[in-house]
Design a protein around this ligand. Structure first.
Ligand SMILES: [Zn+2]
Length: 379
């Protein structure tokens, strides 16, 4: 007898599978005999979709952050997201406090540590090089090896002030000194110029806000991929969406995707204000926007499951396989006309909307508001 069985779930390739969960892990994946029992059975009757738990690679959920704050479960399980990675809200000074606060969340929370010891307290945390404290960073990583999964450097003009590319050079040094942890680099207005940033990045480094519409974007004014970004992608640098309030342009995404420049990970850059007032709303909304720029359901799901788990080195996540963490997202794909808005305030029509119905975290089933109202598991 298992803890939970999910029967007849539709997965991204359209096939139907059953899943059994025991002690917080996936115990069976495939077709289960009819006589197998569990404490709780959810029969989706081939009507609802299931994937490995969604991972949002770029959120802000340190509740005490003065600008970009939120609660982990508001950006996580409330919208079917089982794992969130806070992208640099905290630095060495306050990551302990952030870690403690996240222990109460049902959502699994990890952090990219801001290379500035203050995190994002002001908008210009890298304008003073004295904020970049190697000893503090190394100590924080040593104190929280299972929480801090990487480093974050925000490399745009308002953040770095007169320091140009210098903070990124320090970030790369710290990455070397700390087991080569993933490094997420935010791009925006120049200086520093994106070419200069891209040339410093290596395989596994992550560019977030990859489809921003600012002049310092990945495409040239003629719409071609910048040579420096092309070389970076060839070296294995990864593109992360990081939609946010100012960093996603439908026009840029569409032009890039048409040239085969797909995102490696789709993330929201969500926090309370852009969650409530838009244009982000939820990871599901951000994912749905990619149907309108030429991506398929399997491609979109891969971006928030296996791609994210690999990029962030989250072992046991992102795949429906025996022994993996029993983190799952149950959702519906609604076919109804939509109008989506990007960060430039421009709209685009769509026909499909992902609606999360439940997050399952370590085998615990947590319905979203939609899931509750539909009584999908009233069995
Ligand atoms: Zn962000």
């Amino acid at each position: 007898m298992y803890d939970v069985i999910v029967r007849q779930a539709k997965i991204a390739d359209g096939s139907l599978i059953d899943i059994a969960i025991q002690d917080g892990k996936l115990a069976a994946v495939g077709q289960l005999p009819p006589d197998v029992t569990a404490t709780r059975t959810l029969d989706l009757h081939g009507q609802y979709w299931l994937s490995a738990g969604w991972i949002d690679s770029h959120v802000h959920c340190y509740p005490k952050s003065p600008i970009y704050h939120d609660e982990a479960d508001r950006v996580g399980i409330d919208s079917g997201v089982t794992t969130v990675i806070d992208a640099g809200s905290t630095g060495a000074d306050d990551v302990d406090d952030f870690y403690q606060l996240t222990r109460q969340a049902k959502t699994r929370v990890y952090a990219f540590l801001n290379i500035a010891r203050t995190g994002i307290v002001t908008q210009n945390e890298l304008a003073d090089m004295a904020q970049i404290d190697k000893v503090g960073v190394a100590q924080a990583i040593a104190d929280h090896p299972d929480f801090i999964i990487g480093l974050k450097a925000r490399m745009s003009s308002s953040v770095v002030g007169k320091n140009g590319i210098q903070p990124l050079l320090r970030a790369k040094e710290m990455q070397q000194e700390n087991q080569g942890l993933p490094l997420m680099v935010h791009i925006g207005n120049n200086p520093p110029d994106l070419d200069e940033i891209a040339d410093l990045l290596a395989a596994g480094d992550i560019i977030t806000h990859c489809y921003n519409g600012k002049p310092n974007r990945i495409l040239t004014p003629q719409g071609q991929l910048r040579e420096a970004v092309k070389r970076a992608l060839e070296r294995g640098v990864l593109l992360d969406v990081g939609h946010g309030s100012a960093s996603f342009s439908f026009a840029v995404a569409e032009m890039a995707i048409r040239q085969g420049i797909l995102p490696h990970t789709i993330s929201s850059d969500i926090y309370c204000r852009n969650r409530i007032s838009g244009p982000v709303h939820s990871l599901a909304t951000v994912m749905s926007k990619f149907f309108s720029v030429g991506m398929t359901l399997p491609q979109v799901i891969d971006c928030v499951t296996c791609h994210a788990a690999d990029a962030l080195r989250l072992g046991g996540k992102g795949r429906l396989e025996v022994g993996a963490d029993a983190d799952l997202t149950l959702f519906e794909l609604q076919h109804v006309p939509q109008v989506f808005i990007d960060s430039e305030g421009l709209s685009k029509a769509g026909e499909q909307l992902l609606v999360p119905l439940a997050a399952i975290v370590a085998g615990e089933v947590i319905l979203t508001a939609e899931g509750k109202s539909k009584n999908v598991f009233d069995l």
